[in-house]
Ligand binder design. Sequence first.
Ligand code: ADP
Length: 365
Amino acid sequence: MSGILIAEDEEALLEVFAELVEALGYRAIRAHNGEQALMLARTEPPDLVVSDHMMPRRTGVELLRAMRAEPSLASVPFVLLSAARPSGREEADVFLAKPVDLNDFEEAITNALRARPPVAIPTLGEPKASGDARRGPVLAREEVLNWVAHELKTPLSSARLNAQVLLRKLMKRGSEDEVRSTEAVLRQLDRMSHLISSILDASRLAEGKLELKSRQDDIVAFLRELIQEWRELEPQVEFVLVGAEAPVLLPFDGERVRQVLNNLLSNAVKYGGEARRVELGLSLHPGLADIHVRDWGIGISAGALPSVFERFQRADAEPAQGHGLGLYIASSLAKLHGGSLSVKSALGAGSTFHLRLPLSRRSVS
Ligand code: ADP
């Protein structure tokens, strides 16, 4: 029977992971920190390691690097979990962001065990100095932020996984009421988790600590893919793509531009009223690409318009549907790209948001 070594310092989460692994038919070997995990791996090389990143005595990435440096453990597949996005995560076979989804977790384990891709073992020699060398006030703050994310996301992660397991059991029993309540719990946990990520992003942006990973790519292909995802996600809404035909290359951070557009598209759906129509479009102007998201919904009053991009602002007297951080983050990410985010809107007439991105790096300040 395959043995899966699980390294997780949060007891409740360690237990859920172990139960899930055992339910899949594998033997779970439990470790409460990175050091203990390494010792257990040396004693009995596991078939797979599932490890949290932020753990006492040895982080997940440190555990991974230590294992890759030992010939007998170098080829053990490694699934890394973290609420933050630690540097070195790309060295793991699979990286899963916390809170971990039940299906993603099971899929990662099954895939990692089925096919072990040839490992490009990093030359390790001395442990990388970057962590210590950069130690100072800047890193200290990042560490605090990562710590906050970890502290909040870990119990959430455990609650979410437990709720997913419960939902599965209830679905088999067919009790509709219980299924509905558990789905409601899951939705609220997702909201909390989204809020924590937004708070972290907003404070990193406010401090100027968020770095883009921009590369030259085709924005048209990107928009096509995005609109397709939204069509699948919200089949009751008509999503129209305009002006996106021939490829347009520009430098952008795909993950972050996706975050901006997802925020605009989800607002367009949320505040889009009865029209149930959302338009995503691209037009080119000298030196910049103008991507717009338009809806025909409730609109924003002239009085509320100037402050929608500020932190914690919600326009008008809408019942609390969101947390008012999304547009602040979106606009800050646009500026970080050397671009801008603006809006034209009128109450009852709908809104059009424009994300403008420079076509070349030269214009990025
Ligand atoms: P939230 O999470 O509250 O939606 P955002 O920062 O994304 O936060 O948006 C801020 C506020 O701007 C919203 O609360 C809403 O009042 C208003 N808003 C954003 N997009 C739209 C839209 N497409 N139509 C009408 N109002 C909008």
